[in-house]
Write a protein that binds this ligand. Structure first.
Ligand code: HAM
Length: 426
């Protein structure tokens, strides 16, 4: 039996990358005082139908449904709807405004390809109950810091303003009447979308739609003077904070809950092929207001962990072992077990607890573990009060004579620290 379509086993270098992304992201979140929340993988189907929206691909065809006795459950396709639900259910415990970070697997029944999986991972933050552009600015700073810490520097932030709830609905009306005039020139998909979510037609990739969209009304005309003024100061602030964005008036994003600012992070290194979005987000005031959580709305974003993994360099040797400890005697094993305990807080140590196998086999194992050094303490060593360390990068073996076999951890530390100073293993 093989694995299911669109999922994968993640281990070795790939797992290192994944753990690195998780820890970098969550530690930056912590430094911005976001509180981590662990959300269920199973949610009621209706949650996403109501929030992500009927016109979205997610609801129309991508959810993995699990039929339980009397409820329709799905494997969560995204995190925002779950956070809004969790807020509504825990208003007594989670104070507003809330800033919640999350990390975990999401599931969408999409056609698998490079950078697109059926089980994939997102990390993100949701701000609930905070109006204004504060969450937008902080999120872009957090994303910038995260990508910088991961060494990802070829990307573009595309941004658009969809209008507040009123502006958006007026804009929607004008789009509907424009598209109705051109109904027969639209693709079948877009004709269907017209009644569900006309804004989505703007980001259609179909040639027919692209042509019609060229002359579609722009949303600028529907923005109030107040909105225009605060948008200007928002964009100016981004420039002052050295956050470069590219305005894209056709960016609407595929989920129905968005109002206000929406954005996407696009990889420009060409490492991702057609799946170049490494993250996205936006404001969803309606969702928060409709659920009677706050009148201040919500904003958030999610980064695609799998796509970041494809961009990160392979050259991580983070799992390599600083020192492998080997012996062939029971007495040696007790000494090495103690030595391990006194070194393990500062270095990556492996003890081979199998004393039966030959030294040759033990060296092979140390090599497979990517060990930098091997400490040898055999019967001869114990009898002669000495031990040896072989550096596997240089091949040089060092002998340490006249040692007290129960207290030589300082000597080993000195040896390892010298290596770090001299950059021998780099
Ligand atoms: P999304 O754009 O659907 O937004 O997903 C965010 C990111 O998840 C994408 O930019 C992409 O990197 C990654 N992603 C999505 N689908 C897949 C897939 N099938 N395989 C691999 N990676 C994928 C959301 O999900 C919103 N909840 C984001 C948000 C948070 N908006 C407001 N708050």
């Amino acid at each position: 039996m093989q694995k299911a379509k669109g999922v994968r086993d993640i281990f070795g270098i790939e797992l290192n990358k994944m753990e690195r992304i998780r820890s970098v992201f969550l530690s930056i979140c912590k430094s911005y005082n976001a509180n981590y929340i662990e959300l269920p993988l199973l949610e009621p189907k209706e949650l996403f139908e109501r929030s992500v929206g009927d016109s979205s691909d997610i609801v129309q065809k991508e959810m993995f449904e699990i039929k339980s006795d009397n409820e329709a459950l799905v494997l969560r396709p995204e995190g925002t709807a779950s956070i809004v639900r969790a807020m509504r259910e825990n208003l007594n415990e989670i104070k507003l405004p809330a800033k919640l970070s999350y990390y975990g697997a999401m599931f969408r029944k999409e056609r698998p390809q490079k950078g697109r999986y059926r089980q994939f991972y997102q990390c993100g933050i949701e701000y609930i109950g905070e109006a204004g552009f504060g969450p937008e600015i902080e999120s872009l700073l957090i994303i910038k810091k995260t990508l910088e810490a991961l060494g990802v520097n070829q990307y573009e932030i595309q941004i658009n303003y969809l209008g507040n709830i009123e502006e958006r609905s007026q804009y929607k009306e004008s789009l509907v009447s424009y598209f109705k005039e051109n109904l027969n020139s639209l693709s079948e998909d877009s004709q269907r979308r017209l009644s569900l979510n006309p804004l989505r037609i703007l980001d259609s990739k179909d040639e027919k739609d692209i042509k019609i969209c060229q002359n579609a009304p722009s949303n600028e005309a529907f923005l109030t003077e107040l909105t225009k003024k605060s948008l200007d100061s928002f964009y100016n602030l981004l420039t002052s904070l050295d956050i470069k964005v590219t305005k894209n008036s056709k960016l609407v994003r595929g989920l129905d809950y968005y109002t206000g600012i929406v954005f996407e992070i696009i990889d420009t290194s060409n490492k991702l092929g057609s799946q170049s979005a490494i993250g996205g987000g936006g404001r969803y005031d309606g969702l928060v207001n409709d659920n009677k959580i706050s009148t201040e709305g919500g904003f958030g974003f999610a980064l695609g962990v799998d796509r970041l993994m494809l961009i990160l360099d392979d050259g991580q040797k983070t799992s390599s072992i600083d020192l492998a400890l080997i012996t062939t005697t029971a007495e040696g094993l007790i000494i090495l077990n103690n030595l391990r305990d006194s070194l393990v807080n500062e270095y990556k140590i492996d003890v081979n607890y199998n004393i039966e196998s030959s030294f040759k086999k033990k060296f092979k194992r140390a090599d497979a573990l990517n060990a930098k050094n091997v400490l040898i303490l055999g019967g001869d060593e114990i009898a002669g009060s000495f031990f040896k360390i072989k550096n596997l990068t240089t091949g040089i073996e060092t002998k340490f004579d006249n040692v007290k076999l129960n207290s030589f951890s300082e000597t080993v530390k000195e040896y390892l620290n010298n290596q770090i100073k001299e950059g021998i293993n780099d």
